[in-house]
Design a protein around this ligand. Structure first.
Ligand SMILES: [Zn+2]
Ligand SMILES: [Zn+2]
Length: 273
């Protein structure tokens, strides 16, 4: 059976073959998804032996010893900042490593400060999602209703079955979760971070070079989500296709906007004004 991780890896490889500028991050993403898929398969086997409960402090001891392969992959193939951090963490003692994971899990530390913990925990949470076990994490408005994860990508999908080719504004708008890989509908125009609803404060930006992509920004909190229009190309996998338009994230950072949740390429910190 083709897993979601393999599907993402295959899409990243396909896009990498067609790109010069972003081939490297796409190849990294493909390898990362494969390594995450192997970890998810191992966690599913552990669950068959003794059930997972969704509370990280109880479940983590079962899989913390298996994070080494993911860390080694990031240390060997990741962009320099991530590779350095992955190397440090692969040599850390388990107590320190547990406390880092639980700091991210509880929301004390976000993905801009610690982008690696999200990638390490994602296979565990996707396994929980497949089993229908709700992760015990803080939830707040604008976040994933299942796991409390942050929206790292948006998508427009044709509304209704067989609706391909429908106009984008008749499509349903969804947000994609960085942690469990799920999607949830964005009912009205609203900033997912600060809940601003005034349309004049919620500009969206497009670029001729990436017609399916929009930067949906908020002037109130200066954050944004990138959204991919799947009514133009239904083969896109939003979190992977995201990497093709990295130049738009660089543009947004230059304009002083910070992405609500970093994509696979990691945090792009806005330069000081
Ligand atoms: Zn989620
Ligand atoms: Zn906002």
């Amino acid at each position: 059976m083709e897993t979601a991780f393999e599907r993402r890896a295959a899409r990243a490889e396909l896009l990498a073959r067609g790109s010069v500028t972003v081939a490297e991050p796409l190849r990294f993403a493909a390898g990362l998804h494969r390594a995450q898929g192997r970890l998810a398969a191992a966690i599913r086997v552990l669950h068959a032996d003794h059930s997972l409960c969704g509370r990280l402090e109880e479940d983590v001891s079962r899989f913390i010893g298996r994070l080494g392969e993911l860390l080694r992959f990031a240390a060997e193939h990741g962009p320099p900042a991530l590779a350095d951090e992955a190397l440090v963490r692969s040599e850390e003692d388990p107590v320190r490593s547990r406390s880092r994971l639980s700091g991210w899990w509880s929301g004390e530390v976000d993905s801009i400060q610690d982008y690696l913990s999200r990638g390490l925990l994602r296979p565990y949470v996707e396994v929980l999602a497949g089993l229908g076990i709700a992760p015990d994490r803080p939830h707040r408005a604008g976040r994933c209703p299942f796991c409390g994860g942050s929206p790292w990508i948006g998508a427009r999908r044709a509304a209704g079955a067989g609706g391909a080719g429908g106009r984008a504004d008749a499509a349903s708008r969804l947000l994609g979760c960085a942690l469990c890989g799920g999607e949830w509908p964005l009912g009205r125009i609203r900033c997912p971070d600060c809940a601003e609803e005034d349309p004049s404060k919620l500009p969206s930006f497009q670029s001729e070079s990436h017609p399916a992509v929009r930067i949906e920004a908020c002037e109130a909190c200066r954050r944004y989500v990138k959204s991919i229009d799947l009514t133009l190309d239904a083969r896109a996998v939003p979190e992977v296709d995201d990497l093709v338009s990295l130049s738009m994230d660089l543009w947004a950072a230059k304009e002083g906007f910070t992405r609500i949740e970093p994509g696979l390429a990691g945090p792009l910190i806005a330069p000081p004004a």
